[in-house]
Design a protein around this ligand. Structure first.
Ligand code: GAP
Length: 511
């Protein structure tokens, strides 16, 4: 998908009521977006798919809904007050600010793309005899590019880990990276900027500064013992939560990819120390399966192991999706050791130990975290689903090929004409189907136009009620992807639609 097609995703999202710029009548607010009537349904369905896959399908995972506001000490303990910052660099000519590490990573990506192209070319040349592993290990261009990537990695890591940010600036200069806006290399020094928003808890007390949570995870950590004790949970067990998080991100026109207010779906899995790598491997595999189970081509996903581990992690990987602007993180899986719980023990002065009554011993559990951005997942689905199809009659149709269980509407009820008892029968069908599905009712315009509108919002089924329907209780059902039309009895509709759109069908792919 090209940049041009990404622009189409953004305009489609707006035109069809998925995503609007926030406060648009006031010219919008940078990196803040609102979800429209279709977007809110798609978002809810993604959240449901995640929640059910985590909580409903794992008897040892329970949910939580912690507040956005938390005691300010939480963020001191978690390290966010002192360390939740990004290395930023400004271009003096365009006055644009960038994440220095992202500029470097984007530069490296060019070498990865070059290698991929070499592999594709060779694969075509050698056909069935192609041995990719051998080619990657021996082709001089690929080997050179990989060495270059590794060299840049190690220089970036040295600068970031030592805190000597001048080294990062030197690396940017050495690589000749230019500002995408001004095209110049006129950079400032690299500086750290904290990403947390703060506000006042009380109107009268100027001292009571609190923060808008930058991740939902800490709400889980501070409640872990409440949940464990009240739920009589035994290790290993997980706590899942979805909710808003806030970060003062510096963003570069990537729509809902990186926002200042966004939603996370996080799960902390508490395990016995020493078993964390086993669970890390489990969640790494299980989470990728959750993504590919949606029918997305597996080549669109890849793992990206972290080069620079956060100080609290002993393993970390991102699940990346091939967005129009390259592979980028959608989800992170981190083995966070006992860092967070131990920090809260220290700062709160309370014991957060788990008592193992079989072994009669107490200890602080280790944690494996899965953390995915709901908005970013929304973007994955929109990018993946939006297609322009060439039809046999020479026309084109815009199709949003969303996984049927996640589509905003499962079916549209369309009386052919607005008279002769057709709307009345359509309303009756709508009344029955609405108990199970989100149904869209429309009687305006030609049937062809109405089909096209449903294709564009991803509705898997259109049900057309015509004159014969009144006499023989049958309707035409049209399948979104194939445009196939079938005559079926009204009484069969529920079973036909359920078969395709049920969350059960989707969840079955995970067990
Ligand atoms: N508790 C761990 C944590 O918050 P993270 O990698 O900073 O880890 C997890 O965030 C996920 O949240 C990311 O993989 C991404 O999908 C999403 N995310 C992070 N920052 C975001 C932003 N500014 N806008 C949209 N999604 C974001």
């Amino acid at each position: 998908m090209s940049e041009e097609q990404f622009k189409n995703v953004i305009s489609h999202a707006k035109e069809y009521g998925f995503v609007f710029p926030s406060s648009e009548i006031y010219d919008g607010l940078a990196a803040v977006y609102d979800y429209g009537q279709n977007g809110v349904e798609l978002k809810k369905n993604i959240r449901d798919y995640w929640w059910k896959s985590m909580v409903q399908l794992h008897e040892n995972i329970v949910g939580l809904d912690a507040s956005i506001f938390m005691a300010p000490q939480v963020w001191k303990a978690s390290g966010h007050i002192d360390g939740f910052s990004d290395p930023m660099i400004d271009n003096k000519d365009s006055k644009k600010r960038y994440r220095a590490d992202v500029l470097v990573e984007e530069y490296q990506e060019k070498y990865r793309v070059k290698n991929q192209k070499e592999i594709e070319k060779a694969s075509k040349r050698f056909g069935a005899d192609f041995d990719e592993a051998q080619f990657v290990a021996t082709n001089p261009n690929i080997v050179r590019n990989k060495e270059k990537i590794a060299e840049i990695d190690s220089k970036l890591k040295a600068g970031l880990e030592s805190g000597d940010l001048h080294k990062v600036k030197e690396l940017i200069e050495e690589l000749g990276i230019v500002c995408p806006v001004s095209g110049s290399k006129n950079w400032t020094e690299v500086r750290q900027f904290n990403l947390m928003y703060s506000t006042q808890m009380s109107a009268t007390d100027g001292e009571s500064q609190i923060y808008l949570r930058p991740e939902t995870a800490q709400g889980i950590f501070v409640n872990y013992l409440n949940v464990q004790k009240s739920g009589r949970m035994k290790l290993p067990f997980g706590i899942a939560q979805t909710g808003k998080a806030f970060r003062n991100e510096i963003v570069a026109r990537q729509f809902i990819m990186r926002m200042k207010e966004f939603e996370q779906m996080e799960m902390q899995f508490f395990v016995k120390p020493g078993t964390e790598m086993e669970w890390y491997a489990y969640w790494k595999e299980h989470r990728l399966k959750w993504h590919t189970n949606l029918g997305t081509d597996t080549v669109k996903y890849r793992y990206h192991d972290h080069v620079k581990l956060a100080h609290y992690a002993n393993a970390a990987v991102d699940i990346e999706y091939d967005f129009p602007f390259g592979f980028k993180e959608v989800e992170g899986i981190h083995s966070r050791t006992d860092f967070d719980l131990k920090q809260h023990e220290k700062f709160a002065g309370k014991k957060l130990q788990y008592y193992d009554n079989e072994k009669n011993e107490s200890f602080v559990p280790y944690v494996v975290e899965t953390s995915i951005g709901l908005d970013r997942m929304f973007l994955v689905l929109m990018c993946n689903a939006l297609q322009e199809e060439q039809l046999e009659d020479g026309q084109t149709r815009i199709l949003l090929k969303l996984p049927p269980a996640l589509a905003p509407y499962q079916c549209a009820i369309l009386p052919l004409v607005k008279k002769d008892g057709l709307p009345e029968l359509a309303r009756k069908i709508m009344g029955d189907l609405s108990l199970d599905f989100n149904c869209y009712y429309e009687e305006k315009d030609s049937i062809g136009k109405r089909y096209r509108r449903q294709d564009a919002i991803g509705t898997p089924f259109c049900i057309t009620i015509d004159h014969d329907s009144v006499t023989n209780q049958s309707v035409t059902i049209r399948y979104r992807d194939t445009m196939e039309q079938k005559r079926v009895k009204i009484g069969e509709l529920e079973a036909i639609i359920t078969q395709e759109v049920s969350m059960k069908k989707l969840l079955k792919g995970l067990v």
